[in-house]
Design a protein around this ligand. Structure first.
Ligand code: SF4
Ligand code: SF4
Length: 338
């Protein structure tokens, strides 16, 4: 492990993997916005959702999304999650290949290693090393990189170099909605959408938009128009929001809204647009105070949820927030997960 860190992870001594460009020495215990030290794995499993894979879930994330489904691993080390470990990349690669070729792996047609999290960008050198080792065993093994799009241009280039497919989340189109939902600006995300759409279309599995009723409904059309303006054949999948994390009391996306999203996509000219997920989950009672510093009604409500969970910096900007090393929102304990 020592040798791996010395030879491959020295860039973590000045971490600029994502657009926060913190410049901290993660190997010496300094913490950036993601609050990660050395990269670690939360779990690995054969996963039947397309693209079927051996999925590696890394701990840690550079966003603080209100409706995070994986908050226990995304907000490591601030959430109390038991399992996190550094698996030697060679061993991780051997395990991945063995599992993909196992009877269960073959039965679900798993054909690739899928890096997820949290946000895999915060663990990019670790993912690269696992791929390098895996391709020594099977040079044709495929790789999927799952991302929120907040990568630097250099990190995106690296991802495109080793990935066969990319699954890419777009949380919002307008900056104030994106900030209210995630704590981060949207500019780099849209820039990277254009790079992938124009220069690496063959690597895009799909863009994904989590539809949260009343919080980003107004974003559906601009996102569809934006993607269609790049290339109408780019695939887009809408995911139905289920109440989770800070939005634990909120209600899930109704089926009608998901159908409407697909219709908006088709009207925008998109040729490959669909939706998936569980729809129509009911909300619980809650009272929300809107935060007026945001421009749009949707972001005022989203900002209110963040405020309720302890976020005092609005518009949200986790990179500049003086509380980012002691963020109450990261420690939020939801009353339900769906
Ligand atoms: S938030 Fe991004 S740049 Fe900052 S330490 Fe984490 S991965 Fe590095
Ligand atoms: S308190 Fe600061 S670090 Fe935490 S979510 Fe709000 S802006 Fe981000």
């Amino acid at each position: 492990m020592g040798e791996v860190f010395e030879n491959h992870f020295e860039e973590l001594e000045n971490c600029c993997l994502c657009e926060w460009k913190c410049g901290v020495n993660r190997l010496k215990g300094e913490k950036g916005v993601c609050r990660l030290g050395k990269p670690e794995i939360a779990s690995t499993q054969l996963h039947p959702a397309p693209p079927q894979s051996y999925t590696v879930f890394f701990v840690g994330c550079n966003y603080k999304c209100l409706g995070c489904q994986n908050y226990q691993i995304a907000h490591f080390p601030d959430q109390n999650r038991a399992s996190h470990w550094f698996m030697d990349p060679k061993f991780a690669a051997e395990d991945a290949i063995m599992m993909i070729n196992s009877p269960f792996g073959r039965s679900i047609r798993a054909d690739r290693i899928f890096f997820s999290g949290g946000e895999a960008t915060c663990s990019l050198p670790y993912a690269e090393k696992i791929v390098e080792e895996a391709r020594k065993i099977d040079p044709r093994i495929k790789v999927n990189f799952d991302t929120n799009g907040f990568l630097t241009e250099e990190s995106l280039e690296r991802v495109l170099r080793f990935s066969n497919s990319i699954t890419y989340d777009i949380k919002a189109y307008h900056d104030d909605v994106h900030r209210a939902l995630t704590g981060a600006p949207v500019g780099p995300v849209l820039r990277n959408v254009e790079v992938i759409g124009k220069e690496a279309k063959d690597k895009l599995w799909e863009f994904r938009v989590l539809v949260i009723p009343g919080l980003n409904e107004g974003e559906i059309k601009p996102i569809c128009d934006f993607i269609a303006s790049i290339d109408p054949s780019l695939p887009l999948n809408f995911l139905a929001f289920r109440p989770n994390f800070v939005l634990d009391r909120y209600y899930g996306a109704p089926r009608d809204l998901m159908r409407k999203a697909v219709k908006i996509g088709r009207m925008a000219g998109l040729e490959h647009v669909d939706w998936c997920g569980s729809s129509g989950i009911k909300g619980l009672d809650y009272v929300i105070e809107k935060i007026d510093v945001y421009m749009r009604e949707e972001s005022k409500i989203a900002g209110g949820f963040a405020f309720l969970a302890g976020c005092k910096t609005h518009p949200r900007d986790c990179g500049r927030c003086k509380n980012n090393q002691n963020c109450s929102l990261k420690k939020y304990q939801p009353i339900r997960r769906t």
